[in-house]
Structures are given as C-alpha cells and as structure tokens.
Design a protein around this ligand. Sequence first.
Ligand code: AQP
Length: 338
Amino acid sequence: MSSNQKKVMLSAIQPSSQLTIGNYIGALRNWVKLQENYDCIFFAVNLHAITVRQDPKMLLEQTYRAIATYLAAGIHPEDAAVFIQSQVPEHTELAWILTCNSYMGELNRMTQFKDKSAKQGANIPAGLFTYPVLMASDILLYDTELVPIGHDQKQHVELTRDIAIRMNNTYGKDLFKVPEVYIPPVGARIMSLQDPTAKMSKSDPDVSSAIYLTDTDDQIRKKLKRAVTDSGTEITDDDTKPGIRNLLAIQSSLTGKSIPELVLSYAGKQYGHLKLETAEIVVQAVAPIRNRADELMSDRAYLDSVLQRGAEKARVRAQRTLKRVYDRMGLVSPQGRA
Ligand code: AQP
C-alpha cells in the first residue's frame, strides 16, 4: 500500500526527562509494531515539556535523546515523519484557534491537570491548563485516524474528539478527521516502582521510581531489586498486591506471556524470583535501545538530517489543514484567501 492510501497514525512523547519503560511499553513499542500499516507521524513534544519549568540545556539534550530513542527502538525515519514539535510552528498556530473553541469546564475536568497543578504550588503555569488543546492541535493538524497512547492520555484524546466534532458541526463536517484512540491491551499503565498505586512518570523526582531507557544494566537490576512489593509471599495478580501486579504486567508486556501463565509459572516461588527475572527481561529490552541511542547521539548531523526531512514533510501537511481552517472560519491565511 502506498503511504497516501494508508491511515494516519500519530503519537508523541514529552522530553521532560529521559523516557521510561512506561513510555516504551505504553507508547513507543506500539508505534514500532503498528508503523508498517500506517502513514506515521512521530515527534518529540518539547512545547508540552515547557508547561513545567525546564533547564534549557537539559531540555535540548533530552529532546535529541527522545528522537534517538525512537530510532533506536525501531522507528523507520525513511517512512515516518520524525521531528521536534517546535520545528513545525503550525502546531501552536492551530492551538490558538482550538483554544477559542474549547471550554474552561472541559479543561477543568482533565485529571492530569489536577495532578500536575497540585505539584506546582501557588503559581500554576497557564500552559498546564491549556496543554490538552495543544495536544488536540498536534493530532488534528494531520487528519490523524489513530493515536496509540498509554491509559493516562485517553482523556486528552477524547477531548480532541469533542473539539473536532464541535468544530465540524460549526464550520462544516469535514473540517477535521475525528481520531480514534489505541490503548495496548497490557501495559497501558505501568506503575511507579516506589509507589505502585501511582503511574510511573519520567518527571517523578524520585529516580528510583522509574526505569529510564538510559539506565545501565546495573541500575535496572538495583531498581527492580528495591521495587516496593506487598505484604505476603504468594505471587498472585490481585488488587491487594499492586506492586506484584506491576511486575507481572511489565514482564507480560515484554515477553508476550499472559498474566495467568506467569502467575502459574511462579507458583511456590518467592517475590525475589519475580524481581530478579523481571530485571533480566527489562535489561534485555532496554540495553539494545540504550546502546543504539548512545551511538545515534554521537552523530548529531545524522539526527538533524532526519529531523529536517521530517519537519519539512510535516509542515506541508500541517499548512494544508491550517489553510482549510482559516478559510472556513473567515480568517485571512498567510497564503491569502482561497
Ligand atoms: N506509566 C506509563 N505506562 C504506560 N504508558 C505510559 N505513558 C506515560 N507513562 C506511562 C505513555 O507514554 C506516552 C508519552 O507520554 P508523555 O510524555 O506525553 O506524557 P505523560 O503521559 O505525562 O508521561 P510521563 O512519563 O508521566 O511524563 P511526565 O512525567 O513529563 O508527565 C503517552 O502515550 C503516555 O500515555
């Protein structure tokens, strides 16, 4: 199938720190699996990352590292458009228009805003509140049909659908394509290793709560050895054992074995066995990605050439959508009236 007959799949990760095994299992790995069958757009959302304060030097490094990690994990830059969000200014341009078509009430309901703003003290950046609208812009700019994400982003894609449907009703039904969510059956919500009732997050200040895709084999083993488990000794998959359940989910999503199958194989074994074996499985998954990303990071010229090509491809498409929106809304676009 040629790329223009394929449906558009789009997804992105914030370079707000190094990527985690949660980002890999919940998102990146599925991009790699699904990429052959879709016209793909994958980017690093550095403008989302600045919704909370970032150190400029680290942000730049983490942004390149995110792109290197996409490629190291198996994304094909010859087929997909791979770029950095700030290289395509149409994202922020459409975001303003969508902001004018979004409601305070619906943004107020976003649980991620509630969680993240609670950690900000008195001065909550307004960008944290309007961030889901920028995400809607990311998606709607490219006539996206499928958005593969972890569970935490489901509410944001649903908001995107609501905004698209609302604007289609107002400005003509084919203004925006209404996207579908893709959530993996297992691993959509990998939990913190230190608090298995909270999501594993790359920006968690406790670095032992997450496995980063930059961690050494030794760091991975240590973090999993110290992972918080539950009282009791039996390895079972139930609500009273969120720590054990998390380790089983990580193993299951990396090996393809079902949870019941894993539980059966651990009958009579200790928590220590589960931790040790999970660590080895994670090391096997992370090491090749980390090593390849290290190599790519030392060839900045190559990364820049991939990004340049990706951003050019993306801009042509984004400008087409934006022109349609300007024309329908009675705005004069940079290209003039249709
Ligand atoms: N713990 C997780 N389990 C499964 N999927 C996850 N994702 C994130 N955490 C997990 C998925 O990774 C993609 C990229 O997410 P993002 O970077 O845009 O922002 P996020 O969802 O807020 O991820 P983090 O790691 O928690 O970042 P910070 O700490 O910066 O907020 C999404 O598809 C997400 O679902």
